[in-house]
Design a protein. Sequence first.
Length: 293
Amino acid sequence: MIVIDGKKTSQDIKSEIAARVAEIKTEGGKIPHLAAILVGNDGASQTYVGAKVKSCHEIGFESTLIRLEETVSEQELLRVVEKVNENPDIDGLIVQLPLPNHISVEKVTDKIKPEKDVDGFTPANVGRMTLNWPAYVAATPYGIVELLKRYEIETSGKHCVVIGRSHIVGSPMSILMARNGNPGNATVTLTHSRTQNLKEITQTADILIVAIGKPEFVTADMVKEGAVVIDVGIHRIADSSKKSGFRLIGDVKFDEVSQKASAITPVPGGVGPMTIASLLYNTLQAAEKKIYP
Ligand code: NAD
C-alpha cells in the first residue's frame, strides 16, 4: 500500500516554481504577483490566506493582501476587484471564501477577470475546463490530478467514483477524471446527497475520491480491495494529547481503509498541501500568460 505524500509532492512543486522564478529574475522578466482579498475576521480564512501569502514569499512571488471590514458593501468589494483587474502589476487574484451573507459570491466571482482568476472559479474558466481547453483549474481538484499524475496512477478505463458535487471539488473532479487526457479517461460516477445505494456504488470504484465533508464517513466495507482512495475532507477534532488541543482527520477512516487500498492520501499531508501548490502554479501560469496568451 502506498501512502500518497502530498506534503512532499507540494514541496517538489514549490521548488520547481521557485526555480522558474529564479530564471525569470535572471532573464529580467516579470515576477509573478498574487493578490488576495480577505473580508472580515474569520479565523480559518485568516489562516488560509496567511498560508498562501507566506508561500508566495517562500518561492519568490510578490503578494498583496487586501483586507476589508466584515461590513464592506458589495459595491465597494466589486470596486476593489475591478481595481485589481485593471492593475497590470497583479497577475492573479483570489477572493477568500466564505463572504459575509450580504455579499453575492456569484457577483464577486463573475467580476474577476478570467485572465487573473487563479482560483479557477469564474464561469469562463469552469467552462474552459469543461471543454478541455487551457484553463485555470480550481486548486483542490488540480492538486488531486497532479498527485495522480506524479504517482503514475492509471486512470484510463477505470471506474472513478466521486462523493460530493460541490463547485470547488466534486463537480470539477468528475469532469477532470472523465476528460480525454491523462489523468482522465475514467468512467466516472458522481454521487451526492440524493444518491441511493452509495455503498454499492463505492464498492465498485477503482478510484474513490471523497469530498463529502463528513468526518470518517468512508469505512472499509465501502471500499474495493486494491482501490485508490483520495480523501479531500479536513476536520478538526478535539485531542487533549496534542499541544494544540486538536488533530485533523479526513472524510475517510484511514486506519481501516488503508488496509484495503492500494494507495491512499492521508489527512493531514495528502490533498491539503497540494491546494496551495496548485494556486501558486496557476499564478505562475498567469504571469507567463500561458492560459490566455
Ligand atoms: P460541500 O459541503 O460543499 O459538499 C459536500 C457534498 O457532499 C455535497 O455535494 C453533497 O451533495 C454531498 N453529500 C452530502 N451527504 C452525502 C451522502 N450521504 N452521500 C453522498 N454525498 C453526500 O463540501 P466541499 O466544499 O466539497 O468540501 C468537502 C470536504 O473537503 C470538507 O471536509 C472540506 O473541509 C474539505 N476541503 C478540503 C480542501 C483541501 O484543500 N484539502 C479544499 C476544499 C474542501
